[in-house]
Structures are given as C-alpha cells and as structure tokens.
Design a protein around this ligand. Structure first.
Ligand code: MC0
Ligand code: CO
Length: 134
C-alpha cells in the first residue's frame, strides 16, 4: 500500500538560483543537500508540511536529469510515494503489470531505498517509490 506523497522532484538547471527561489517561495531554507552519484544528481530538500520538495541538478551528462532538461526543460520530474514495504510493493506492482525501471531497490537520497516505474506505463508520470531505511 502507498502512504503519502513523500516528495515531488523538480529538475533545475542551477541549484544555487533554485535554492534561493524556493527558499523565498516556501519561507524555509533547504534542510539538506545530498549528492547521489549512482543517479548522477545533486539534490536539495525543502520540508513542506508532511511532504518534501526535492530539487535536482545533473552532475554528469548521462544523468537522467541532464537528458530531461535537454528534452523537456526545467519542471516537475517525478512524484515519489512513501511505502512501508518496498519489496512487497515491487511484487504487487509487477503482478499488476507495471514496468519497473529497477527491480532491485537502490539507495536514494535522504536515507531511502527507491525504485522507479517507467513513465511510458504511468500516463507519462515518472513514479518513485521510497521506503525509509531504518
Ligand atoms: C536521488 C533520488 C531520490 O529521490 O532519492 C531521485 O529522485 S533520483 C532522480 C533521477 N533518477 C531517475 O530518474 C531514475 C529513473 N529514470 C530513468 O531511468 C530514466 O530517466 C527513464 C525514465 C527510463 C528515461 O530514460 P531514457 O534514457 O529512456 O530517456 P529518454 O530521454 O530517451 O526518454 C524516454 C521517454 O521517456 C520520457 N521521459 C523521460 N524522463 C521522464 C520523466 N521524468 N517524466 C516523464 N517522462 C519522461 C521521455 O520524454 C521519452 O518519451 P518519448 O519516447 O515520448 O520521447
Ligand atoms: Co526523488
């Protein structure tokens, strides 16, 4: 079962500029910046009530964020849902016919295990599932 929206990922070109803008918009500063080298991203997190905004910049040209910025430009990149049991969700979603980009959970940002569903099979929305690492 899916709990809440954990975060919304937003692809940006310049992290310094975006951090200043989102701090102004939300009235709180970024609480954490974290690079995830396996994804080719630098992330910045803002707490927005029970959810978060994750700003993402590419850290190499092969990064999914670099490709996204090239094709679509800045904007919402993915929606992440919090789950209690990511392995159970992987089995459930595979049985429902969803295409997972990675079937083995990988280490994401902010102490999470993550998997992604392919946007081709989810009405064009890249979906991330994340489970807190305890
Ligand atoms: C750190 C972490 C965390 O929160 O913990 C993160 O979020 S890391 C966030 C960064 N990591 C990820 O995104 C990992 C999962 N993403 C991926 O593996 C990739 O980006 C794919 C989604 C498989 C797309 O890669 P691919 O090489 O196929 O790129 P592509 O540019 O050829 O795109 C293929 C088709 O998917 C579409 N497409 C690409 N990215 C999309 C997105 N974010 N939302 C919706 N559609 C998207 C393209 O427009 C294209 O559609 P057309 O064919 O119609 O032109
Ligand atoms: Co994310």
């Amino acid at each position: 079962m899916v709990n809440k929206i954990e975060h919304i990922g937003i692809a940006v070109k310049n992290m310094d500029d975006a951090n200043v803008l989102f701090e102004k918009m939300l009235g709180v500063p970024s609480y954490k910046m974290e690079a995830v080298e396996s994804e080719g991203v630098l992330t910045s997190f803002f707490q927005t009530g029970n959810n978060k905004i994750e700003l993402l910049v590419a850290t190499n040209p092969e990064s999914p964020i670099a490709k996204f910025l090239e094709k679509k430009g800045e904007g919402i990149h993915h929606i992440a849902f919090d789950v209690d049991d990511i392995e159970a969700e992987i089995v459930r979603l595979k049985n429902e016919g969803f295409v997972l980009i990675n079937e083995v959970p990988k280490k994401g940002a902010d102490n999470k295990l993550v998997v992604f569903l392919h946007p081709k099979n989810t009405n064009g929305v890249l979906v991330e599932l994340c489970q807190e690492i305890k």
